[in-house]
Ligand binder design. Structure first.
Ligand code: SF4
Ligand code: SF4
Length: 203
């Protein structure tokens, strides 16, 4: 008969004294280490809807959809926890001080309904171009840029008009009736393509 080694006997005695290493899940919930890299979660208040997280995600676990034909246009950003590899790249790239999306220590990800429990959505208000109607950026993102560049905001009609709308100084729904693709169109909230056309093209 092969006798156990001394090291194995010591380990067995230690285990007897310390108790089991595993928890009695699901009766007793496991508490992970504080640094455990679990499911990322959005913070709706801090996220500005820039999509940097979607851009860097190596697993394609973040996607977005813009709804521009609704009275209140919005961008829906979705995180799919069944595709996520919990690498933390989204948090590292987040422009909102790495707080728009953060890894949590949530580890239990088994679910019955993928659509209901396997994804997290957040909605952000979209700013549309006043000429073509395509998205310029999320309103919070324009505000974030304006906060970052301070008085330079006044060098961009898109930024300062968005700012004035935020402050309630001009009407949220005011849109110029003129469409001359010239001087009057320059003082509008525009996407980059229409800004270029109004600046470089005249009738
Ligand atoms: S943790 Fe990694 S895989 Fe998961 S959403 Fe963030 S970037 Fe994508
Ligand atoms: S602010 Fe952060 S969480 Fe929100 S879209 Fe940008 S990178 Fe993603």
């Amino acid at each position: 008969m092969k006798l156990p080694k001394i090291r194995e006997i010591i380990e067995a005695i230690k285990a007897l004294l310390k108790g089991p290493y595993t928890s009695k899940f699901p009766k007793v919930t496991h508490t992970p280490h504080p640094n455990f890299r679990g499911k990322p979660k959005f913070d709706k208040e801090k996220c500005v809807g820039c999509l940097a997280c979607e851009e860097v995600c190596p697993a394609g676990a973040i996607a977005h959809k813009d709804k521009t034909d609704e009275p209140a246009p919005k961008r829906t950003i979705v995180h799919y926890s069944d595709t996520c590899i919990f690498c933390g790249q989204c948090q590292a790239a987040c422009i909102a001080d790495h707080e728009g999306i953060r890894l949590s220590n949530e580890w239990e990800l088994s679910f019955f309904d993928r659509k209901l429990e396997g994804q997290e959505n957040i909605d952000k208000e979209l700013q549309l171009c006043e000429i073509c109607g395509l998205p310029v950026a999320c309103k919070d993102h324009l505000r974030w840029i304006s906060d970052k560049i301070g008085e330079l905001t006044y060098s961009s009609p898109t930024l300062y008009l968005s700012r004035l709308k935020t402050l309630g100084i001009i009407d949220e729904n005011i849109i110029s009736a003129l469409e001359d693709r010239g001087r009057s169109d320059r003082v509008k909230i525009l996407c980059a393509r229409c800004r270029r056309k109004t600046t470089l093209t005249t009738k």
